[in-house]
Design a protein. Structure first.
Length: 127
């Protein structure tokens, strides 16, 4: 089995209320990114990934840790040009219990598979 990573990412945090909660969510989400085998260039894979993150956040809502949440990774927060380049913005917004502001985790994900595929397609044999 191939253990090569399928994506690289960086995260930007905004309006963090509880550092420990944010770090736990970040750790869990990054585990999903690393282990889910998402083909970021596939709409179906991205939607499945968002469903998984949604279930995770819904469990935090049921547990009373957060009051509302939203996650997105589509044309609302990505341009077609970015997506053609294999770069995707994945955003999680949640409001924890008894807080007014919303914490935002904004992931910039670079799809390594699409980059490899483009390199392969651009490969030219010279005589």
């Amino acid at each position: 089995m191939n253990d090569q990573p399928t994506a690289e990412f960086k995260v930007e945090k905004r309006s963090v209320n509880s550092r420990s909660l944010c770090e736990q969510i970040q750790k869990d989400v990054e585990g999903f990114i690393g282990n889910a085998g998402v083909l970021w260039s596939s709409d179906v894979h991205r939607e499945g990934f968002l469903d998984t993150i949604g279930e995770y956040l819904e469990n935090l809502l049921i547990a009373g840790t957060i009051e509302q949440w939203n996650c997105l990774c589509d044309l609302r927060n990505n341009t077609i040009h970015q997506m053609d380049q294999g770069v995707y913005i994945f955003e999680i917004n949640y409001r924890q219990k008894h807080c007014l502001n919303t914490t935002r985790l904004i992931y910039t994900v670079k799809d390594l598979l699409i980059s490899s595929l483009k390199e392969l397609l651009d490969f030219q044999v010279t005589p």
